[in-house]
Ligand binder design. Structure first.
Ligand SMILES: *[C@@H]1O[C@H](CO)[C@@H](O)[C@H](O)[C@H]1NC(C)=O
Ligand SMILES: *[C@@H]1O[C@H](CO)[C@@H](O)[C@H](O)[C@H]1NC(C)=O
Ligand SMILES: *[C@@H]1O[C@H](CO)[C@@H](O)[C@H](O)[C@H]1NC(C)=O
Ligand SMILES: *[C@@H]1O[C@H](CO)[C@@H](O)[C@H](O)[C@H]1NC(C)=O
Length: 493
């Protein structure tokens, strides 16, 4: 039973520690020599304040500010027990704890924070494939390792001055067993392009204990065969007969290309001229970034110079390209002429497109009116104005019936039924079909006879569309429209 009060006291201490003692900060990173203030607070007045830094426990007295570690806070009567550590030592890396009297009982309350005394890592190491040069398209992977920092260093990657964000892998942080020093490593991978040639891949390490970043770098060398950026034939424009002619071709290659011009039987490897000095091949001129201007100079452009083809062969370790170069005395650069032609072409194309759209819209509109024929019948039926002829037409509305030797009377009755329907229907559609024939013509028997083919064609269409859902409502007018030849054509579709 004697154990019970002790257990209770322990419980109280835990509760007090957990709830009432507040320590700030809970964690800090400092360099050796930095200062740090740790503050512990309880919500009741205290009469003592102890702080354990490293292996030593310090008794802190508010009036004494002379030592290396001194009291900080607003006073013991406010429940504040803080320590101002003026110069942090490497061996203080670890826990700092404050010990305060309890509000009740005899078990002291303790707060703990973690101090990381920053330790600079070793220099970054960049590990990359050993070969001195790569090829365009090669996959490239490099690894940067920054060993033994406390805490771990931060790694960033650069290509020359531009930070690399693509192809960066997750960093991996490891530490030796029993050590709080951390080694960080990170990989970067990249598909090499001509633009990467000559760039410096940089691994930059930053750390709290370093005054500035440290870097490890490697120059990238990317080789690729000669190529021209534009495709298609090369024509040099704007040459003047009798004047100097310069044939420039811009190519890209790494390593530097060798060039060779062929003019008829003449082969020139720069720097060289032909015997009379009328043709000179210049050394490729490096423009930077692997671009070269390869130039052939004609001292005086003659008519036969314009008529022939010049062949340029460009070679490096990785390949060879051959280009045919033609000359033109046209003043207008080709681009402008093409542009004018293109504009005219575009205008014509737009006009054609407009016409096509109008035609399609027109055809669509008439087509829709056509479908409406079947709907019109349905409509007349559903509205109770059933016409036997209409029913007959629906059943036998196939093309063969067009050639039937039906009696004229039968046809006439059909037609009159139809025209009745048309009349019933027209008032709704008339505004849309002002251009179509007036109703009396539909009623005219002679004309109606002429129109029977048209009517039948329409009916055939109606059958085709019998299973379709009812088309939009604009239709009835088209029965009148069928008088025109175009809808007949549509009906045959
Ligand atoms: C430091 O304090 C943490 C709890 O805050 C504890 O887990 C750890 O063991 C302590 N370390 C040392 C070295 O006392
Ligand atoms: C990083 O690259 C090294 C070799 O360069 C390799 O051994 C390691 O597995 C790679 N790690 C990751 C996370 O890609
Ligand atoms: C051709 O290149 C030369 C230098 O090689 C330059 O001076 C000249 O302006 C270029 N001419 C044309 C038409 O591009
Ligand atoms: C290189 O050649 C191009 C034409 O291919 C020309 O426009 C440019 O001016 C030339 N540059 C130099 C520096 O010769």
């Amino acid at each position: 039973m004697a154990a019970l009060p002790a257990l209770f006291g322990l419980l109280m201490a835990v509760v007090v520690t957990g709830q009432n003692l507040d320590i700030t900060p809970r964690e800090a990173v400092r360099r050796v020599g930095d200062d740090l203030t740790v503050l512990c607070k309880v919500p009741y007045p205290i009469d003592a304040c102890r702080m354990t830094v490293g292996t030593t426990s310090y008794r802190l007295i508010p009036n004494n500010q002379e030592e290396e570690i001194v009291y900080a806070g607003q006073g013991l009567q406010h429940g504040e027990c803080g320590a101002h550590i003026k110069h942090i030592k490497e061996e203080w890396n670890g826990n700092i704890s404050c010990t305060l009297p309890p509000q009740t009982g005899q078990i002291e309350v303790i707060g703990t924070m973690r101090l990381l005394v920053a330790k600079a890592p070793a220099n970054p190491q960049l590990i990359s494939p050993p070969q001195p040069a790569f090829r365009e398209g090669d996959g490239f992977m490099a690894q940067c390792i920054v060993p033994n920092g406390r805490p771990a260093a931060k790694i960033t990657w650069y290509l020359d001055e531009v930070q690399l964000l693509a192809g960066i892998h997750q960093p991996v942080i490891t530490s030796e067993p029993g050590s709080d020093l951390k080694t960080i490593s990170q990989n970067v991978s990249r598909t090499l392009a001509p633009e990467d040639n000559g760039q410096k891949l940089v691994c930059r390490a930053e750390h709290e204990a370093l005054d500035g970043p440290r870097e490890a770098a490697r120059q990238l060398v990317v080789h690729y065969p000669p190529k021209r950026l534009e495709s298609g034939p090369i024509t040099i424009f704007g040459l003047k007969l009798g004047g100097e002619g310069r044939l420039n071709v811009t190519i890209r290659a790494n390593p530097a290309p060798t060039t060779e011009w062929t003019v008829g039987d003449l082969v020139l490897i720069p720097p060289r001229s032909n015997e009379d000095g009328s043709i000179t091949a210049l050394e490729p001129l490096h423009l930077g970034g692997g671009f070269y201007n390869v130039t052939l100079v004609l001292a005086r452009v003659a008519k036969e110079d314009v008529e022939r083809t010049y062949y340029l062969r460009v070679t490096n370790d990785l390949g060879r390209e051959e280009f045919a170069v033609r000359l033109s005395t046209m003043d207008e650069p080709a681009g402008v002429e093409l542009e004018t032609g293109a504009i005219v072409g575009i205008v014509i194309a737009v006009l054609i497109l407009l016409i096509a759209i109008i035609l399609v819209v027109f055809a669509k509109a008439t087509g829709r009116w056509f479908f409406a024929g079947s709907r019109g019948r349905d409509h007349t039926k559903s509205s109770g104005e059933s016409t036997p002829a209409g029913d007959v037409l629906l059943e036998s509305g196939t093309l063969p019936s067009r050639t039937d030797t039906e009696s004229a009377a039968g046809q006439r009755s059909r037609l009159s039924a139809l025209s009745a329907r048309v009349r019933a229907v027209l008032p709704r559609g008339r505004d849309r079909v002002q251009a179509t024939e007036p109703i009396p013509e539909v009623e005219d028997k002679a004309l109606a006879e002429e129109k029977k083919g048209v009517v039948y064609a329409e009916l055939a269409l109606g059958d085709q569309n019998a299973e379709k859902p009812p088309p939009p409502s604009t239709e009835y007018a088209e029965i009148v429209y069928t008088d025109q030849p175009a809808p007949v054509k549509e009906a045959k579709e």
